[in-house]
Design a protein around this ligand. Structure first.
Ligand SMILES: Nc1ncnc2c1ncn2[C@@H]1O[C@H](COP(=O)(O)OP(=O)(O)OP(=O)(O)O)[C@@H](O)[C@H]1O
Length: 298
């Protein structure tokens, strides 16, 4: 059954360090949620609290409205940042053991291991010990470990870090596919282009607080309006004489302008045409990376 994951007003301190300060958000059934923030912003702490391996000082995490206790925790697929496999155990044995630990019968566990190792391209490694695998393949095994028990929610701490482009594609496909079955999927990442491309919604956190939350489109359309203008014959400084308009960047021959509320884009177009031909004149929206820089700096 599809269930919503709720992080409800969680706060957590480590001594004097405030790791989470009233953190709240939901991950809906069937949603791929990107959890982003600078180093030390509080992503791992949030995920550990969801898993119940760390206690919150206040607030709570719920799945389908039920506080996450030991029973609920068994239904979560988790990929910890520090990874958590037994290095000397064989891949197949280890995955089957983890599946059985989460309540699958021996036969179900064997079938699930075969399915996921095949899907993740590691079926030829079943008889190898984990420590004999490359780091990327260890990561695929770690994802298989999070998936073998058919989890009701997936919580993944930096699942893409260190993967080659092919492995990134495999991981992306699996996460999207899993979300589309109705499972809430949350993952943290510093690869914002990937988050922008994959996620239904994104939460940007800074210093333990949620600072921006929404679909990538919603976040990108907030803030001042920007124009992208390509006017090859325009002299330097052509746009700076227009009221309420600032040059905020240049990109492959284009000038990026930011307009104050009420500034007239047609006046900008006219000013550009006055310099000669205009090859491009369009609304420019900030990338997730630019938004992230603004949110974290603000
Ligand atoms: N066991 C701990 N003891 C003391 N402080 C801690 C501990 N774990 C985390 N912290 C602090 O809590 C804050 C949040 O850390 P957390 O690991 O949750 O951040 P993060 O967003 O996952 O960072 P990263 O992107 O670097 O993995 C940081 O200031 C960190 O130094």
């Amino acid at each position: 059954m599809s269930q919503i994951l709720t992080i409800d007003r969680i706060s957590k301190r480590y001594g004097d360090v405030v790791a989470l300060d009233d953190m709240s958000f939901d991950v809906n059934p069937g949603e791929l949620f990107g959890f982003v923030g600078s180093n030390g912003a509080g992503k791992t702490t949030t995920m550990r609290i969801v898993l119940g391996v760390l206690a919150a000082d206040s607030g709570e995490a719920r799945l389908g409205g039920k506080v996450i206790d030991l029973d609920v925790r068994r239904t979560i697929g988790y990929m910890p940042e520090e990874r958590g496999l037994y290095p000397k155990m064989k891949v197949g044995q280890q995955l089957a053991y983890l599946a059985e630990l989460h309540g699958l019968s021996r036969t179900e566990a064997r079938d699930a291991v075969a399915t996921w190792t095949e899907r993740l391209g590691i079926s030829e490694r079943l008889g190898d010990t984990v420590d004999s695998l490359s780091l990327g393949n260890q990561q695929r095994v770690q994802l298989a470990a999070a998936l073998v028990h058919d989890p009701a929610v997936l919580v993944l701490d930096e699942p893409f870090s260190g993967l080659d482009p092919v492995a990134v594609d495999v991981m992306s496909d699996v996460l999207v596919e899993k979300a589309r079955t109705g499972v809430p999927v949350i993952f943290s990442s510093h690869q914002l282009d990937l988050v922008q491309r994959l996620c239904d919604r994104v939460g940007i956190i800074a210093k333990g607080r949620m600072r921006a939350l929404g679909t990538v489109d919603e976040l990108r359309s907030e803030g001042p309006s920007r124009l992208r203008v390509v006017a090859p014959g325009a002299p330097d400084g052509w746009a700076e004489r227009i009221g309420g308009v600032r040059v905020v960047g240049h990109d492959s021959g284009a000038t990026i302008l930011e307009l104050d509320a009420g500034a007239d884009d047609q006046e900008v177009l006219q000013a550009a045409l006055n310099t000669g031909p205009v090859h491009e004149f369009s609304a420019a929206r900030p990338s997730l990376t630019e938004l992230f820089r603004e949110v974290v700096a603000g």
